[in-house]
Design a protein around this ligand. Structure first.
Ligand SMILES: [Zn+2]
Ligand SMILES: [Zn+2]
Length: 248
């Protein structure tokens, strides 16, 4: 049994352990000089997206001077601004999987480090909300990977994080292989806002790990807007940018 006196010592011990262990690359675990970073080999494989692309959805725009992509002009999405730190590829995929299934919780800090510059917290007050898991999945996994990243971003931006504001009411089938209409139908009604919560005038920053078609995030945003949210932005770790990858 741990006594009250032991607890601070254990905490101190953990701190010393963190200090004593050399930092490792988030991609391949090679020893590196900086905490929450990458080795030169993994870094070279990363395509940082930053503020490039469509000013609304962030999809890369080629050979055009336009600020918005054709889809955002034709049908403005319920998310006013979507940004991802990196283009989805082998290294970002490994990191997302290691956090999700390998319980490498420290990777949430690495993701947050590179996602933080994509949002300016000095503007109007905002609330951070992670894309939720269904409660069965939450019980079996023990944590929501987007919730961990949201918590880290809350620290960096000094903004409140509401882990329970958005709920996943129904389990959805994997969206792989579905077209846009099928995806939209599959996630319709999947999300809800916590009972008796109104979000009038609130600005929500949705947090997700990997953005593929955007159908899930858009369903979240529609739910938040219906509950009164004034604006929804999405900040994620990685996004699929090649349309061919959506078909997998
Ligand atoms: Zn590496
Ligand atoms: Zn767009």
């Amino acid at each position: 049994m741990i006594s009250a006196i032991d607890r601070p010592l254990r905490k101190l011990g953990r701190g010393l352990l963190d200090f004593a262990l050399p930092p490792r690359c988030a991609g391949c675990a090679e020893i590196i000089s900086e905490v929450d970073g990458f080795c030169a080999g993994c870094w070279a494989q990363l395509l940082w997206l930053g503020e490039s692309g469509c000013t609304c959805c962030g999809i890369p725009l080629e050979a055009t001077e336009a600020a918005l992509c054709g889809r955002c002009i034709a049908q403005p999405p319920p998310i006013e601004r979507m940004r991802a730190a990196v283009a989805y590829g082998e290294v970002p995929r490994v990191i997302a999987l290691k956090l999700k299934y390998g319980r490498k919780i420290a990777l949430a800090r690495t993701m947050a480090r590179y996602m933080a510059p994509l949002f300016d917290p000095s503007g109007a007050a905002s609330v951070i909300v992670p894309v939720p898991l269904h409660r069965w999945r939450l019980w079996s996994r023990g944590f929501n990977q987007s919730g961990l990243v949201a918590r880290e971003l809350g620290r960096r931006w000094n903004l409140p994080v509401e882990q329970q504001l958005l709920l996943r009411r129904k389990r959805t089938l994997p969206l792989k292989g579905m077209n846009y209409q099928q995806r939209r139908a599959a996630v319709a009604g999947a999300f809800g806002v916590a009972p008796s919560r109104r979000l009038d005038g609130q600005r929500i920053i949705l947090i997700d790990d990997v953005l593929t078609s955007g159908s899930t995030a858009e369903a979240c945003a529609r739910t938040l807007r219906k509950a009164g949210a004034e604006r929804v932005e999405l900040i994620c770790w990685a996004r699929v940018v090649r349309p061919a990858m959506l078909m997998r």
